[in-house]
Structures are given as structure tokens and as C-alpha cells.
Design a protein around this ligand. Structure first.
Ligand code: SF4
Ligand code: SF4
Length: 345
């Protein structure tokens, strides 16, 4: 489970390799609790804290002991097998010994209202119905009451469609009522959520709407539901919740799907539609299955597309954000470039 790797033995006094998720992260998945929801790198991520989880009471002592075990091994250069190669693994003086969570992710994977062609759930939608569901709100309340969820925690929703959860509005309102301000929701945008609107309005929540298209036709090809207009309208309504300075809180994400939407024309239409809706953030990623098949040989065409999106984002004065797989691509590219440079010396 933990593998000794020379490259992960820290030479710096008091330092070791870890990440914000091992230290203070927690993810609620369907059937398990994990340290993280990161899985774009080869070894897989999703490091486990508890398996077979369907809403039972949580033994927090055990959770924090497991985190301590990760630290203990990582300090010796023995790295969890699922963390090897992860771009989030960094050498630092991590250990403050605190028993707290400041990265929380709610990822139930129990339903969705989109049918993205790249998602396993669109191939087996019946899986959603067969799954046992559990409520995260009582556990979140327990964490808040025990002081385990820090006031400045980053709290994210994703995995399936959060706005379809019976408890979604309640969780959001509970967090907002309790003064949390680092909330991020990944949504299809098909349902308009008053709680998301409230979070944006109070400049305490960030919403990432999955669009993957610059036109109705491409949206239909990718999402397989005829909802482009409603999604665009909801994005505009969220953006209208905030003033000029808060506009970066609403974004429309584009996942590049080679062969479907990987053209400059599509990117251009998407960026212009975002600008027209009043958005100031551009979020780009690449399709996961394609990425895993091609990650060692990404064609120049894809790099050119990313560069183009970045340039257009700069022209229009919007934030430019790469998401997980593209972050990996650029992390590995930089790493390979540095390694080559050292070999030449
Ligand atoms: S896979 Fe990456 S993000 Fe997840 S716990 Fe390991 S190092 Fe951290
Ligand atoms: S919105 Fe997310 S969960 Fe729903 S089909 Fe698309 S990728 Fe899958």
C-alpha cells in the first residue's frame, strides 16, 4: 500500500511529501470516504479513509489516526501507491498536528440530469437508481459542532448532479448560515438553485457550470439532452447575482473532447457566449478517457487549442483556469522539460 520511493525522500529539515488532502481533506463518495477526489494521474488517487460507507456515525479518532498513518509513512519516503506521480504531492513542512478538515468534497454520484457522452453514468444510468443513498448534512453538522470543519474550509460539490440531491439546498443554506465562504459547486446548470444564487450573491460561493460547447448543436452532441438554452440562461442569472468584482465566481467549463468539440471555432463561440453572459472566468479541461489513452503523446493540436483559449481569455480580461487533467498535462510537460535539461548537463 505504501511504497518506498527515493525521489520522495525529503532532504530538507522537517519536510516531507504530502498534499492538502492527506493533511486535512475529506471526500464523501458513494460507498466510501476518501482523503481526496483526485484521479487524473496514473496511480489513481482517491486514497481511502473508510470503505463501505452509507451514512454510519463517523469515528473521528479513527479518521485522524489514519491521516497520521499516511504522514508517518510519507515522512519515511514511503508513499501511498495511489499518490505516486500526483501533481499535488509536494515537499513541505506540512505537519501542524491539527485534527481538522479544511478541504471537504461532497461527491455522491447518486443521480444526474445530463447524459454526457464521456461519462460512465450515461452508459449505465440504471446504476444511479440501484445505489444506496445517504445524507451528508447530519455528518457535516457533526463536524461543525465538534469544531472539525474549519471556518475557512474549501467545500466543494460534484460527482453526479448536486442540485438533484434532496439535501442540497439545506446543506448550502446551513453552510451559508454558519458563515462558510469557500464553497464551490460543479453543476450541469440544468436546474437553477436559489442556494447557489445566494452563495454567489453573498460572494461566498463559486459555481462551475459544465457546458463543453459554444453552440446548441455541439451541446446536444456532448450532453445528449436539449438543455443548452436553459443552461445558458441559468448561467446568466447566476452572474447577475453579483457585481463586477464578484463575477469571477461564475464560470462555464469546457471539456475538450477530441473529434467532437476540439476546434478553435467552438472555443471562440464558447468564450464569447461566456463574456456575453458576464462571466470573468474561463475553465478548461480535457476528456478523461481520451486523456488516459493519450497522456504520453498529446498532439500539438491540443496544446494549440489550450494556448488559443488562454490567449482569448487574456484578450477578454477573464481569469484562465486549467482543471485537473490539463493541470496534469502541463505539470508532466514541465517535469519532462526540467528532467531533459538536467540530463543534457
Ligand atoms: S492522490 Fe494526490 S491529492 Fe490524493 S491524497 Fe494522494 S497526493 Fe493527495
Ligand atoms: S454532468 Fe457529470 S455526472 Fe452528469 S452525465 Fe455529465 S459527467 Fe456524468
Amino acid at each position: 500500500m505504501f511504497i518506498y520511493k527515493e525521489e520522495y525522500v525529503s532532504k530538507k529539515e522537517g519536510c516531507y511529501y504530502s498534499c492538502p488532502w492527506i493533511e486535512h481533506g475529506l471526500v464523501f463518495f458513494q460507498y466510501k470516504i476518501a482523503n481526496c477526489c483526485i484521479c487524473g494521474h496514473l496511480s489513481g488517487g482517491h486514497t481511502l479513509l473508510r470503505n463501505n460507507y452509507v451514512g454510519q456515525n463517523i469515528d473521528w479518532d479513527r479518521i485522524f489516526k489514519i491521516k497520521e498513518m499516511y504522514r508517518k509513512f510519507h515522512k519515511k519516503g514511503k508513499i501511498h501507491k495511489n499518490c505516486i506521480g500526483c501533481p499535488f504531492l509536494k515537499e513541505d513542512n506540512w505537519n501542524d498536528g491539527g485534527r481538522y478538515i479544511n478541504n471537504l468534497y461532497i461527491s455522491h454520484w447518486s443521480n444526474c440530469n445530463s447524459k454526457c457522452i464521456y461519462c460512465f453514468s450515461s452508459v449505465h444510468p440504471e446504476d444511479f437508481d440501484n445505489k444506496k443513498k445517504y445524507a451528508a448534512l447530519p455528518i457535516i453538522k457533526d463536524m461543525v459542532e465538534k469544531g472539525y470543519l474549519t471556518a475557512d474550509a474549501d467545500i466543494s460539490f460534484g460527482g453526479g448532479e448536486p442540485t438533484l440531491l434532496d439535501e442540497f439546498e439545506d446543506i448550502m443554506n446551513y453552510l451559508l448560515d454558519n458563515y462558510y465562504w469557500g464553497i464551490r459547486v460543479h453543476t450541469s446548470g440544468i436546474i437553477y438553485s436559489p442556494a447557489i444564487a445566494r452563495a454567489v450573491n453573498e460572494i461566498r460561493g463559486y459555481v462551475v457550470v459544465s457546458v463543453d460547447a459554444g453552440s446548441k448543436e455541439t451541446y446536444l452532441k456532448v450532453k445528449q439532452v436539449p438543455c443548452y438554452d436553459i443552461v445558458r440562461e441559468n448561467i446568466r442569472k447566476y452572474a447577475l447575482q453579483t457585481n463586477f468584482t464578484g463575477r469571477y465566481l461564475v464560470s462555464a467549463k469546457f471539456i475538450i473532447i477530441p473529434g467532437i468539440n476540439d476546434t478553435k471555432e467552438e472555443i471562440e463561440k464558447w468564450i464569447l457566449a461566456n463574456k456575453e453572459a458576464g462571466l470573468y472566468t474561463t475553465v478548461l479541461d480535457i476528456e478523461e478517457n481520451w486523456y488516459h489513452e493519450h497522456k504520453d503523446n498529446i498532439p500539438k493540436h491540443i496544446f494549440d487549442l489550450v494556448k488559443y483559449a488562454k490567449k482569448r481569455s487574456n484578450d477578454l480580461h477573464t481569469n484562465f483556469e486549467l482543471y485537473e487533467r490539463l493541470q496534469n498535462v502541463f505539470y508532466n510537460r514541465k517535469k519532462n522539460w526540467i528532467e531533459k535539461l538536467f540530463k543534457r548537463r
